[in-house]
Every structure is written in structure tokens, then in C-alpha cells.
Design a protein around this ligand. Sequence first.
Ligand SMILES: Cc1cc2nc3c(=O)[nH]c(=O)nc-3n(C[C@H](O)[C@H](O)[C@H](O)COP(=O)(O)OP(=O)(O)OC[C@H]3O[C@@H](n4cnc5c(N)ncnc54)[C@H](O)[C@@H]3O)c2cc1C
Ligand SMILES: C=Cc1c2[nH]c(c1C)Cc1[nH]c(c(CCC(=O)O)c1C)Cc1[nH]c(c(C)c1CCC(=O)O)Cc1[nH]c(c(C)c1C=C)C2
Length: 475
Amino acid sequence: MAEKNQEVGGNVISKSIKDEDGEFVWEEGPNSFQPTPAIVKTAHELGISSELVLADGSLPRFVYWSGSGAGTKLANLHALPTNLPGDLLSFNLLTWPGKIRAGLGAIGLIKPSPQPPYEESIREFVTRHLGVETFERVIDPFVSGVYAGDPDELAMNSALRKIHRLEGLGDFGPGLVSGAINRFKEIADEKSLNPPDPEWRTYKSGELGSFRRGLQTLPIAVSKYLGPSRVRLGHALKSLDREPGGMFVATFDTEEGEKVIKAKAVALTSPTKTTSKVARKLVPEAKRLEEVYSPPVASVTIAYPKSSFKDLPGGSPSSPLRGFGHLLPRKMGIRSLGTIWSSSLFPNRCPPDYELLLTYIGGARDRGIADMSEADIVDRVNKDVRKVLLKDNAPDGKLLGCRVWPVAIPQYRRGHKEILEELERGEGKVEGLYLGGNYRTGVAFGDCVGFGVEEAKKIKEFLKKEGKVRAKQEA
Ligand SMILES: Cc1cc2nc3c(=O)[nH]c(=O)nc-3n(C[C@H](O)[C@H](O)[C@H](O)COP(=O)(O)OP(=O)(O)OC[C@H]3O[C@@H](n4cnc5c(N)ncnc54)[C@H](O)[C@@H]3O)c2cc1C
Ligand SMILES: C=Cc1c2[nH]c(c1C)Cc1[nH]c(c(CCC(=O)O)c1C)Cc1[nH]c(c(C)c1CCC(=O)O)Cc1[nH]c(c(C)c1C=C)C2
């Protein structure tokens, strides 16, 4: 394995410090994952199952919405429904007309207008099915909370493809609910065909995962398993060729100068910019990866004393935060995208007198974040957190980390599907080359792990076949 940086994990970076107040553990990239069989299996095989921590799936995801028709809620925080349809009665982020429009659209009693003859954006699809209000108050913040994206640019069939599929999946009507019922049946069938191994850590649907010392535990465990001789840090791939005999020739820039490594198979999981440059000699279609845009996002972690918090839904003075976090719809005019309530999600992330918050700011609709100084970003985040969660007289919090990701999350925009289809055709012509990475696998941490596990099986098969062919040739 070769990696440009001096540590493994890519954008999965977990940090900790101990100071006079106690210990703080935080994330500078992703904060959690939805558990999948591939993650719990990998954790089991690496011997880190006991490090897995699972957050209660019922912790609410809040949306901040003040004024214009929403019912009142403590601190203007509205919990998104987790139990359908039960939670819908108390769900007052939407007005009654908004709820009725969404409900009738979802069950197909308001027939959605036909799909347009071009790739639809998320805004177009959702508005067609569920109405404008659901888009602005629920889906707009959701898109921030997954892609830091622009719902006018993201293509529904690529960015939210599982939901997009529901449109054609239903047996009894055009609504998404009809499709969802069939999808639930498919999921149940898939589960019964591939039951989890009883030795793997079990999890319930809706729970969120991490590791006791943060997400980076997983890539660190992989690199320990491989051992130092097979993990080459500080190796920046600059070109990839192939010898006439079939061996790949990878050339790296390192601190000690240029190094060349030869291999029978190569899995290239670098971000689009690098893959586009390095792979295009062997796969000309990789040039199109230049078109994939990844906006800047900054992550800011600040700890505040528990006494600083307002009265919040589900909170108490000894435990003011109870939830996953809150998202900020663009209509609210608050610059930050949302805040993860890290210490409410996972245990021991900070000393008992504190709460730990991770705020993301920037994204496709706020590209200017890349040009701001860290001090200005932190100042903005502090003001935004104060507005939603803190008492007016709360003292400044303890800043733990601010990291600007200039190229954060690939946007699955219109045309993305076609770029990937071309890439797949090109890749298919170069035996032994495997292209991965979050521009292709899905952006979720779990998607990346799942794709990696499946690709590893293919590579193993390829090397086995290759070994047999060579042995035959040599005999
Ligand atoms: C701020 C942020 C928050 C997120 N939050 C979540 C979340 O809460 N939950 C979730 O599921 N997902 C989240 N994600 C998404 C998820 O973390 C990523 O999609 C996933 O981790 C990407 O993995 P990757 O291996 O494809 O890419 P990366 O992690 O970017 O890895 C690519 C690697 O390639 C290396 N590299 C680059 N160029 C070269 C070269 N020339 N030679 C050698 N190596 C090179 C890089 O150094 C890097 O290590 C978040 C992402 C970001 C940025
Ligand atoms: C506000 C910015 C961001 C926050 N998280 C991310 C960004 C850009 C990145 C991200 N978050 C999730 C995923 C994985 C998606 C998946 O398919 O599993 C990614 C790439 C998970 C996620 N986060 C939120 C939701 C609703 C989801 C989907 C799955 C789930 O419900 O768990 C909500 C959320 N994200 C952020 C905040 C502040 C937030 C608040 C409720 C931050």
C-alpha cells in the first residue's frame, strides 16, 4: 500500500489531547458511519470489534427553523421523524398544507408530474413528488448534511440513487411509499440470503458507528495488519505505466527521491484529480474525472461548558444535549451547514463538565470558505453555534481543531453517471487495474469500505488466475 501523506486514513482523521480539564477526542473529517456487514466483518477480522461504539439510533437529527409557519419548538430545533408514521403527529417543521402535500405526494394521491427528459436535480425531483416546503425545510438541509452540496446541481439519479429508484419500483401507484414497500421486501430478502456471522458485532437499524478512539482506528488497524514493510507512507504516485510483459510500473515522489514499484495488479483509490492525471495513460476515459467537482468544507471542533447551553429539546442541566446534531437550511441565512453534537453521540469524547461540538461550514454553495483565514472561520462558527445552542452570556468555548478540506466531497452532479460508465468501460480494457474512491463508490464511509472489501475479492481472484497462467507458461 502506498500513501502520499505521512499517516494512513485519508480524510479520516481522529485527534485527541489531554489538558488540565481532562481528555478530548474528536474527528476532523467524517464523524460516524451507518454500520454495514462489511464494516463489522472487517472490524472483526482486524480484532477491533471491542473498540466499536454504537450511538442510539433514536437520537434525533434536528433542523433549525425559525418563523414562517413552523410550529414552535425549544430553541427552534425540530426533530426529523425517526419512527414513521408515529412521529408525524408531533412533527411540526412543516405546516399542515406542507404535510398534506408531502403525504399525498408520497402515497401517490397527488400524481407527480412526469420525469423531465433530462437528468433531474434533487430539487426538481423532490419538489415534483413532495412539494416545495418539504424540499426547503427537510431535503435542502439533508443535502448539506451528506454532500455539503447544491441540490440544484446534484443529479437525483446519482446523488440519491436509492431514493430515485423508488419512483419506478412500486406495484400499486406512482408514489415513493409504494416503491419503498417493495424496497423493504428486497432488503429483507438480501438479508436472509446473506445472514451476518454470529461472531460479528451486532447492530440495530438506525444506529451510528464509530470507534472508542475515533474512526481512524480502522485504517490504522488495517496498516498494522499489513505491517510496516507493506505500507509505504510519504509516497506520492506520479505516473502509472505498464510493461509489455504485463507488470504495472508505478513511479512515486518520496522524500528520498523518485521510487519505482512494479506490481501485477493496482488498485487506485486516490481522489479524482490524481486519478484523472495518473490513470489516463492506461485508461484515457479517466481524463473525464477532471469534471467532477469537490467543494471546500471546513470542520471546526469546539468544547463548551455544559452550563453554557440553552434549554434544548430532550436536554437537562446535567446533560443539555440529546441528539445527533442540527442542520441549518440555507433559507435560515446562517453560514454554517450544521453541527454534530459529538459528545451526545459517543461516550467519553470530553470531560463530564463539557459538551463537544463539530461544525461543518462551506460546501458547494459557499465556496468562499476556502479563502478565509482559520481565525475568521472559527469566529463565524462560534457565532453560529451561539445563535442556536448557547445562552447569551456563555463564555467562549475551548477550540480544539479547525481543518479546511479544500477538496472535500465529490459532487454527483448531472453527467456523473455517464462519466462513471465511460470510466468503467475503459477500466474493463486494462486487466489488473482497479479504480475506486468516493467519486465512484458512494460518498459514505460505509460505501467506501464495502466497495474496498468487494474489490479485494476480485483482485485476489485475478492474482490467483494470473499466478496459474504464469506457472503454466514457465512449465
Ligand atoms: C469533512 C467531511 C465530513 C464527512 N463526514 C462523513 C460522515 O460523517 N459519514 C460518512 O459516512 N462519510 C463522511 N464523509 C465522507 C467520507 O469520509 C469519504 O467519502 C471517504 O472517507 C473517502 O474515502 P476515500 O478513500 O475515497 O478518499 P480519501 O479519504 O480522500 O483518500 C484518498 C487518499 O489518496 C491519497 N492520495 C492522493 N493523491 C495521492 C497520490 N498522488 N499518491 C498517493 N496517494 C495519494 C490521499 O492522501 C488520501 O489518503 C465526510 C467527508 C468529509 C471531507
Ligand atoms: C453539514 C455537513 C456535513 C455533515 N456530515 C457530512 C456533511 C457534508 C457528510 C456526511 N454525513 C453523512 C454521510 C453519509 C451518508 C450515508 O449515505 O450514509 C456523509 C457523507 C451521514 C448523515 N449525516 C446526517 C444525515 C441525515 C446523514 C444520513 C444518514 C443518517 O441519517 O445517519 C445529518 C448531519 N450531517 C451533519 C450534521 C451537522 C447533521 C445533523 C443532523 C454534518
